[in-house]
Design a protein around this ligand. Sequence first.
Ligand SMILES: [Zn+2]
Length: 368
Amino acid sequence: MQMVLSELIVGQQPSGEPAKVPLIRFKNGDGPRVYIQANIHGAEIQGNAVIERFLQLCRDNAPKGNFVIVPMANPIGINQKSGEFTLGRFDPISGDNWNRQYHFDADAIRAFAQQNIYTPENRVKAAFQQLLLQQLNHRLQSPWGLKTGQQMATSLQRLATEADIVLDLHTGPISDRHLYVPEFARHQAKRFNIPLNIIMPADFGGALDEAAFSPWWQLSQTFKRLGRDFPIMVEAFTLELGSQELLNPSQAQQDALGIASYLEQHGCWDDGTHQPEVVTQHACLLKDYRSLYSPSGGQVEYLGELGQPLIQGEPIARIWHYHKLGQTGPIHEDVTLPCDAIPVLHFASANAQQGTELYKVLTNTFPL
Ligand SMILES: [Zn+2]
């Protein structure tokens, strides 16, 4: 199978060098259009390893469909080093999160649905995709210009908008593998075999997965109010594939198998071609995905094991106050949660301000 390599220019640096992103395209027979992107956050490199393994699966056994694959999607973020660390989560100039720069203007949906209430499904799909692309082209041509992150995100989003399936590969800080699942695709999401899952509503908050599925979900909801049943035609997920600053090829192989297994449901391969290791899958609603903030400043011992259920009242972290060294009496305090929870990720440093987001946890969990 022929893989076509090219580059997408997503900006220009002060030196005059274009900011370039590598593109890999291939197609084979009839199948869905699939867009996979990794590393929009500079320190989150594991997604590139998953793409490397996924491409090998595609070489071993050519999938049906039309694929656009974008590793190392943020040429500014991945080069943004401070000492030994990669920063790359926020634009260093504006402070904006690189994954909150995508665009969707919901205002056009109601008029579009009213105009197309009797239009056949396939023509609605093509016309709505055109509308979304027009919104992006319009944004790119703004006479006021765009922020660096908006320029980059909108350029990438034009490619994603042509897809039926959008997978955005990320990691957490120190993190177990977890998945953001739009509620309508909960059943399909099981095939990724990712242990922790967060169920999302139709809202748009600027991330790529939402930018891909929200317009179609809201279109379906708007048609429903007008009395027409219309399917949600795009599925999109954010996969959080472990910890930032970490490369784990054997885990990448499992997650590439999970992605392939998920895509089998859309006809890319025969069902059962790929067999990832089956894991226990916990889920909770987005509103129950809670942050725990440090009650004080100090040095943190992280006690809550990622992915392991924690009973209410068990300590999840111990804050040490070494500024009290030499005093009599305890110099640490234990932090507990007000309910049962499953720790998903924790802060990457053992040095925390009061108010630092120490942990994120699933609460009110249920099987996916
Ligand atoms: Zn990320």
